[in-house]
Design a protein around this ligand. Structure first.
Ligand SMILES: NC(=O)c1ccc[n+]([C@@H]2O[C@H](COP(=O)([O-])OP(=O)(O)OC[C@H]3O[C@@H](n4cnc5c(N)ncnc54)[C@H](O)[C@@H]3O)[C@@H](O)[C@H]2O)c1
Length: 247
């Protein structure tokens, strides 16, 4: 229950879904969690939920695609908690669009929110992180296998995997670990799998373990990669998908 005692973490896109699950899980392990989201009200709700359980948390609004807001997020975190030990880049969007209808703006938006954001936050964080710090990025199995109508999303997550490996090597001398998790289908407001029974059944038929994942499944993997138990692991993409992509 105290595996991250007195560590300081930022989780982006933590107002709902997987990010919220990660924030709650890290807080359970006595980590000080900065709950960040473009949706300030949702971020505040999650921070309040953590505080109600007796742990420390603050909410900071941040659009991860904007450098000024990202720099402010890192600065405010250090102002409030004195350090940054764990950065979880979770914020992401997945708007379905057939490739031939995809506008330049659609492409730019997805690449900015899902990929440029990770460059911005990782650079700002790495400048102030001390030895033993951890960066964990939330990729997707869409970085490994094809998903129709998500060409921009697949490209952003594939780009993220390459970035993780490159950054892991560059930050290794500073003893900062950089890894990613590639979730399969996870039950979140954004993914909305549970609303359509037909789609849900079809998705479950793809998954050897026979169920859609929950945010906690991803949060547990993040906890491991953010902990000192993972100090010899870097540059890896850990797939957490109930076996979807092994078939
Ligand atoms: N749910 C899945 O099945 C699934 C599968 C693989 C990967 N992922 C990845 O997991 C991450 C979280 O997905 P989710 O399903 O929880 O999504 P979600 O839509 O339920 O939640 C995403 C959160 O990110 C926030 N956000 C969106 N744009 C932002 C921005 N510009 N700046 C800051 N915050 C922003 C939203 O306000 C929201 O709170 C994403 O990176 C997604 O690509 C999800």
């Amino acid at each position: 229950m105290d595996r991250l005692k007195n560590k300081v973490a930022i989780v982006t896109g933590a107002g709902q879904g997987i990010g919220r699950g990660i924030a709650l899980r890290l807080a359970e392990e006595s980590c000080f969690v900065v709950v960040s989201d473009i949706d300030e009200a949702n971020a505040q709700k999650v921070a309040d939920e953590i505080k109600q359980s007796g742990k420390k948390s603050i909410a900071i609004k941040c659009d991860v695609s904007k450098k000024m807001e990202v720099d402010n997020l890192i600065d405010k975190t250090v102002e409030n908690f004195g350090a940054l030990d764990i950065l979880v880049n979770n914020a992401g969007i997945f708007p379905y669009k057939p490739f031939l209808e995809m506008a330049e703006e659609d492409w730019d938006k997805v690449l900015s929110v899902n990929l440029k954001s990770v460059f911005l936050s990782s650079q700002a964080a790495a400048k102030i992180m001390k030895e033993g710090s951890k960066i964990v990025d939330i990729s997707s199995i869409a970085s490994l296998v094809a998903f129709p109508q998500l060409a921009h999303y697949c490209a952003s997550k594939g780009g993220m995997n390459g970035f993780v490996r490159a950054l892991a090597v560059e930050l290794a001398p500073k003893k900062i670990n950089v890894n990613a998790i590639a979730p399969g289908a996870i039950n979140t407001p954004g993914a909305g799998q549970s609303s359509d029974e037909g789609i849900k059944k079809q998705t479950i038929s793809m998954i050897p373990l026979g169920r859609i994942g929950e945010p906690e499944d991803i949060a547990n993997a993040v906890l491991f990669l953010a902990s000192d138990e993972a100090s010899y692991i870097t540059g890896q993409i850990l797939t957490v998908d109930g076996g979807w992509t092994i078939k």
